[in-house]
Design a protein around this ligand. Structure first.
Ligand SMILES: C[S@@+](CC[C@H](N)C(=O)[O-])C[C@H]1O[C@@H](n2cnc3c(N)ncnc32)[C@H](O)[C@@H]1O
Length: 441
């Protein structure tokens, strides 16, 4: 039997249904409902700020609970019917904001960025989250999708905060070339994950199978006629078909990207970020530039073109396949060098050299502390670094790192947000910093 309570003050149990006045949005696709007298907090999904909802508790601890809104008593004007039948309480965990208009999604993401910067960096900023050019209503954009294989061997999508696999006919945010691979609803016996990556500009598609060391003849016969590989447990790849990479197009040229290597998943994002990073970093002929966490070398290539043969670009990346791609992609600019290894370790050996500009694009975990310390150690009276362009896919780690960079003598000049992941809570940010103290924004 469900217990329905009209207030969330008594700590509810999993399965209880509570009536909530939904408060502000927080990082991760949740809205928050606080009980001030107890200090207890409830995080609710599938709701929007300002709504009154009935919510079922999905997790309960002494300090907080999680819940799914199951009935909307007083809807927000931002609410829309979710286009995807698999988005909703207890269902697919891939999207967080299908029930909000796109304009509202961008507003919510901007609020989260501002909130993280205020709480973790002590900075007050007004930020706008911009649509990525070419976005078609927030659907059919995702060019890489990892489908999980469930107990019945069928590929689908994971339930929110669960290992369960939901069998789906299609994923509405997946790019049509991903959908055309026909991975969902099919049996992939023995595999754990089937990753489909596509290159919309060239129409190429690749499939990466995870979970077993070796495929059987039936596995290979069942694959669509794509470039395909198996990812072994130790990260070793076994080619099954084709050359194992895709040709992506951005900033007016082609980029080789290995299956499983990093590339922006929204077809418009690499272009939008490339333009924004060039504007932010403003590289000039003859300058030295760093591209840290360079992936396949997109930003390093743009920096190399801008600084020209009198300049120098140092790119650092630890993924061996991405390093090979970057070296291939940068081969026409011999003044751009790619170092393979952990950014902190490589910079620890080489220092910043004579770089004037650093482009940083770390994974979700943000910058390692030694990297921030090196960036902050600028010798007095020498030219040194004068611009940082920091691309981040996590506002929380960005805010943490900005605080440390500001303490290390940097000043935040601008902050932009990009809706590179519509329907989800994820967002890309670009922060531009220059030497100095105190607020400039
Ligand atoms: C967000 S991607 C950025 C890639 C590239 N800037 C782009 O836009 O295509 C982050 C990259 O950092 C690499 N990486 C993660 N941790 C690293 C580390 N500690 N040192 C060097 N590279 C790392 C990943 O392999 C990945 O290619």
């Amino acid at each position: 039997m469900e217990r329905v309570s009209t207030q969330a003050s008594a700590v509810p149990q999993v399965g209880d249904v509570v009536e909530l006045a939904v408060g502000e949005v927080v990082h991760g696709g949740w809205c928050v409902c606080r009980e001030n007298d107890t200090g207890w907090v409830l995080f609710v999904r599938h709701a929007l700020p300002g709504e009154r909802v009935l919510a079922r508790i999905t997790q309960s601890t002494a300090r907080f609970a999680r819940a799914d809104a199951i009935e909307i008593l007083a809807p927000s004007p931002d609410r829309v019917p979710a286009p995807c039948p698999y988005a909703g309480p207890g269902a697919c965990g891939g999207c967080d904001w299908q029930h909000a208009s796109l304009a509202a999604q961008r507003r919510l993401k901007a609020e989260v960025i501002a909130q993280q910067l205020r709480r973790l960096a002590g900075i007050d900023v007004d930020v706008e989250v911009e649509a990525v050019p070419g976005d078609e209503g927030g659907l059919e954009w995702r060019t890489t999708v990892s489908f999980a294989v469930g107990e019945r061997g069928i590929a689908g999508l994971r339930r929110h905060r669960s290992r369960d696999v939901i069998e789906v006919s299609r994923c509405l945010i997946a790019h049509p070339l991903v959908t055309a691979a026909g991975v969902t609803g099919r049996r992939w016996p023995g595999w754990e994950q089937v990753e489909v990556a596509v290159a919309p500009a060239t129409g190429e598609r690749g499939i990466l199978l995870w979970g077993r060391a070796r495929p059987g003849p039936d596995d290979v016969a069942a694959l669509p006629a794509d470039s395909a590989q198996v990812a072994g447990r130790a990260g070793r790849r076994t080619p099954l078909r084709g050359h194992g990479y895709l040709t992506q197009h951005a900033a007016g040229r082609d980029w080789r990207v290995s299956l499983g290597g990093f590339w922006q998943v929204h077809p418009g994002a690499a272009d939008a970020l490339a333009r924004a990073v060039l504007t932010a970093a403003d590289p000039q002929p003859g300058q030295g530039a760093l591209d840290l966490y360079c992936g396949a070398g997109l930003f390093a290539g743009l920096l190399a073109q801008a600084v020209g043969p009198a300049g120098r670009v140092v790119a650092i990346e630890e993924n061996p396949a991405a390093v090979r791609d970057a070296r291939h992609n940068l081969r026409e600019w011999p003044w751009a060098r790619v170092h393979r290894g952990d950014v902190a370790a490589v910079l620890g050996r080489t220092g910043l050299g004579e770089a004037s500009i650093a482009v940083l694009d770390p994974p979700r975990t943000g910058l390692a502390r030694p990297v921030i310390e090196l960036l902050s150690r600028r010798p007095a009276g020498q030219p040194g670094l004068h611009r940082i362009a920091y691309v981040s896919c996590d506002p929380a780690t960005l805010a943490r790192d900005l605080r440390l960079l500001l303490d290390g003598g940097w000043r935040l000049d601008s902050l932009r947000g990009f809706d590179a992941f519509p329907m989800t809570h994820h967002v890309e940010c670009l922060a531009t910093l220059s030497p100095g103290v105190g607020p400039r924004m």
